[in-house]
Ligand binder design. Structure first.
Ligand SMILES: *Cc1c(COP(=O)(O)O)cnc(C)c1O
Length: 302
């Protein structure tokens, strides 16, 4: 399916109810069948601008990351080569490819294993574009600003004077640029972004913010989960809330970030004092392997 400006920049906002609370959901998972979620926002700049000299894009990170898959789609659409560095890959996954890994390979990803994290200065040249892990880069501002504009227009059209937004963070790039853009868009409507760290702790997340923005006034508010969740580990309550979200709202959320997101949001009812919007940041392809792990551990009924 061809991507044009319209399909990529207009995801619906749905009003749902969860555990008795009304909540709006921004369905960025529905942006496009292939190029969706926050990685589509982050890489939008590369998609819509011309790079006549570029022949290859290079990235690095985990072998099941959503960013890896989205980069493979970007490369396919731009007719670029795609190389991806990862620390390690299990022989099991190699023999039984699933999820983002399988789909990125189908898009002709060349995987480079165990050579360590590549450095921008070693990779980048006139023909090669280098993208940081998880798409943490200044160019992400462009696509996330469009997300902010869509939200402001919707807020205005529905006369929602004060809005709280919630989204879980990895690198924090999406939450940071979203809050910053919302503050910079001229409007009498107030919009506050809350986020929860899913990869490191609060200090890690603040450090990530500081690499992209100096002014702490433009940072989102960080809320902390009541217990420490290790990224990628399986937790009964994560699986439980994921199933509940799926069954009650008919929406499949991501299994890495969103369970911690929803658990933490539910622990902070003060956020619901204003109209609340949750950003669905995509990632359903990655669920394939997570779901296999969860089913093996807990089954379907818990
Ligand atoms: C990448 C990703 C995140 C984290 O985004 P950051 O901008 O790195 O904070 C959250 N949810 C999903 C589904 C993702 O794919």
């Amino acid at each position: 399916m061809a991507i044009n400006r319209k399909t990529i920049t207009n995801s619906p906002i749905e009003l749902k109810k969860f555990r008795g609370r009304e909540i709006y959901i921004k369905r960025d998972d529905l942006l496009d069948p292939e190029f969706s979620g926050n990685k589509a926002r982050k890489f939008y700049y590369f998609l819509v601008n011309d790079f006549p000299k570029i022949k290859k894009v290079v990235g690095y990170g985990s072998n099941q990351s959503n960013a890896m898959f989205s980069l493979s789609v970007l490369a396919k659409k731009k007719r670029w080569k795609f190389e991806y560095y990862t620390d390690h890959i299990s022989s099991y996954l190699k023999e039984n490819p699933v999820g983002n890994y399988k789909n990125a390979l189908a898009n002709k990803m060349r995987l480079i294993v165990g050579e360590g994290e590549p450095k921008r200065e070693d990779i980048e040249d006139k023909q090669t574009l280098f993208v940081d892990e998880g798409g943490r880069q200044m160019e992400a501002r462009f696509g996330i600003r469009m997300l902010a504009q869509e939200i402001k227009l919707w807020q205005q059209a529905n006369s929602i004077n004060r809005l709280n937004i919630f989204l879980p963070s990895g690198t924090g790039t999406t939450a940071l640029f979203l809050q910053k853009s919302l503050l910079e868009i001229d409007s009498r409507f107030q919009t506050k972004v809350y986020t929860v760290p899913c990869v490191g702790d609060i200090d890690y997340l603040r450090l990530q913010f500081s690499m992209l923005e100096e002014s702490t006034l433009k940072y989102p508010s960080i809320v902390q989960p009541s217990k420490k969740y290790h990224f990628g580990k399986l937790y009964r309550e994560s699986y439980k809330i994921w199933l509940e979200l799926r069954d009650d709202m008919g929406i499949e959320f991501d299994m890495l970030y969103d369970p911690v997101g929803w658990l933490t949001l539910m622990e902070n009812p003060k956020i619901f004092k204003e109209s609340t919007l949750y950003i669905h940041q995509g990632g359903h392809l990655g669920n394939e392997s997570m779901l296999m792990r969860y089913r093996r551990k807990y089954g379907e009924d818990i």
